[in-house]
Design a protein around this ligand. Structure first.
Ligand code: 5GP
Ligand code: MG
Ligand code: MG
Length: 179
């Protein structure tokens, strides 16, 4: 499986220390509040697990699954809710935990949904960002790393459901997705 990786962009250690920093920052900024932390499945599941362990304020969590890519490496622009939240966001300080922002379409759709459901505040935390690919005006409130315009896998991110369990983030060899 790791033979399919062309280059490692950020190592397991680099990611872990960044996630700790983000958790410390969020703990400070949400001191005295009780945020509802939402994991955007499936890509953010590892980030979510590591991040909440680094947050020291009381919080609740929930999961949402959306699809915008299907089996492709490009966003279709159509976002579909595959699994909705179990709890209400009304009046809550919501933190959306996202793996990566590419076009920004998925997140802008999600923010819109949560605001229409009367969340008190909506904060976006993204571990990875590809700012060069943005088609909508959207900046995460907290972010880990900026990435070049390359399709990446690992640390929760897949290609056709594979490679999520690689502990670092890397670029696939082109022949893998040209097959
Ligand atoms: P956007 O709607 O911002 O274009 O894309 C959002 C979602 O597409 C991300 O949350 C992520 O799940 C997926 N995605 C975007 N870029 C990449 C990438 O380079 N690699 C992988 N595996 N998924 C990506
Ligand atoms: Mg995602
Ligand atoms: Mg995917």
């Amino acid at each position: 499986m790791q033979d399919d990786i062309k280059a490692v962009l950020y190592s397991e250690e680099q990611i872990q220390s960044k996630v700790k920093q983000l958790g410390e920052q969020l703990s400070e900024d949400f001191n005295g509040r009780n945020p509802l932390v939402i994991c955007v499945l499936k890509g953010a599941f590892i980030f979510m697990a590591d991040l909440v362990k680094a947050i020291t304020v009381p919080l609740e969590l929930d999961f949402m699954a959306v699809s915008s890519y299907g089996q492709s490496t490009k966003s279709s622009g159509v976002v579909k809710i595959i699994k909705d939240l179990d709890v209400s966001v009304e009046g809550r300080d919501v933190i959306i935990v996202e793996d990566i922002i590419d076009s920004g379409l998925t997140l802008s759709y999600l923010i819109d949904v949560l605001e229409r459901r009367n969340a008190k505040t909506v904060t976006v935390v993204a571990l990875f960002d590809k700012p060069a690919r943005r088609t909508v005006d959207l900046e995460p409130d907290y972010k880990g790393f900026s990435l070049p315009d390359e399709f990446v896998v690992g640390y929760g991110l897949d290609f056709a459901e594979k490679y999520r369990n690689i502990p670092y983030i890397g670029i696939l060899k082109p022949e893998v997705y040209e097959k």
